[in-house]
Design a protein around this ligand. Structure first.
Ligand code: SER
Length: 318
């Protein structure tokens, strides 16, 4: 049976790349991109697009009715840093958006649903190194606890309604095609732009702030691999830990210097994002993803940095 795939929140950092990857696989017409904002050219030109706000149940219902999707990817979210500025909106969007989609997926018998979670589900009392799948989780950002509650809803809908919902706890995602959406890990993208444009970067996180990150190619591959896996291999219906590469601003700057020897990093006075970063894991144990659906990282720090610089140089016409 051919798939009909609905991607909600298609204009964001993940959606922009995931929609294209899905269209390459299934054909442009099979993948409906949807967002509250106008799509970028690449998405507009390669298949159908629908305006929708995930909190607007009526429009969402219309989308499910019109397209009868076999798979839904719900990517609309407010991330950690912006979430702290708009806590009620972040809770509303991240939580009720998810519940709206889960309900419609049950009603319309959608075969599979994907929803992203995050390393932000962990908190100050979670183990920092090689953070296990199951441990103390006391997230202290609205983003983090909306994702943790969302994970519980996913597992619940699987248990109560048999909904085949799958999820990944993404680390900080590093990409060059679309801008990141207001997270704490965004420095690891801004640094590449500034290194190429000005040769300097002032980091909002301190030199030794270690966080797990991942190059978008790996993140997209992980997502498709998880969605392709036979249902009986999916042992986790909340969300899978995914590790990626762990580094600090200082290590990343050193890696960039290998390519741009004049590059210099400096450090700003810390803002509220530092406390968020300090509450998150430094590295993640993703052995369950490896065991269940053969997850394996491809981009280490040198490879990721080389790709980022090469691609951004082209994009910025440098
Ligand atoms: N990249 C996200 C953020 O910083 C973490 O999921 O908010």
């Amino acid at each position: 049976m051919s798939e009909k795939i609905l991607v909600i929140g298609a204009n964001g950092q993940i959606g922009t790349e995931l929609v294209i990857a899905l269209r390459n696989r299934h054909g442009g017409q099979q993948v409906i991109a949807s967002d509250i904002n106008n799509p970028v050219e690449a998405i507009k030109d390669s298949g159908p697009f629908e305006f929708a706000n995930v909190l607007d149940k009526e429009t969402l219902y219309g989308l499910f009715q019109k397209h009868q999707p076999t798979q839904v990817y719900l990517l609309a979210a407010i991330l950690s840093a912006v979430g702290e500025q708009k806590p009620k909106l972040a809770w509303d969007l991240n939580m009720n958006g998810l519940i709206n989609v889960l309900d419609l997926a049950v009603e319309f018998k959608t075969s599979k649903v994907f929803w992203p979670s995050s390393i932000a589900v962990f908190g100050p009392h979670s183990p920092k190194q090689n953070t296990p799948q199951y441990c103390i989780m006391d997230p202290n950002t609205v983003y983090g606890f909306s994702k943790l509650a969302g994970e519980r809803w996913c597992e619940y809908y699987h248990a109560k309604h048999g909904l085949d919902v799958r999820s990944i706890r993404y680390p900080g995602l590093i990409s060059w095609k679309a801008a990141p959406g207001g997270g704490t890990t965004d420095y690891a993208i801004h640094i590449f732009y500034e290194a190429l444009k000005t040769g300097t970067y002032q980091s909002f996180l301190s030199a030794d702030t270690m966080l797990p990150m991942m190059y978008m190619e790996d993140a997209i591959r992980a997502t498709l691999q998880l969605m392709d896996a036979p249902a009986e291999q999916i042992s986790i219906r909340s969300s899978y830990n995914l590790g990626g590469i762990s580094f600090t601003p200082e290590t990343l700057a050193r890696e960039i210097k290998q390519h741009l020897p004049e590059f210099a990093i400096s450090y700003a006075d810390q803002d509220s994002r530092q406390a968020i970063a300090d509450s998150w894991p430094q590295s993640i144990d993703d052995s369950q993803a490896a065991q269940d659906w053969n997850w394996k990282l491809e981009y280490d720090l040198p490879r990721m940095a080389a790709e980022m610089l090469k691609n951004l140089k082209n994009t910025l016409n440098l």
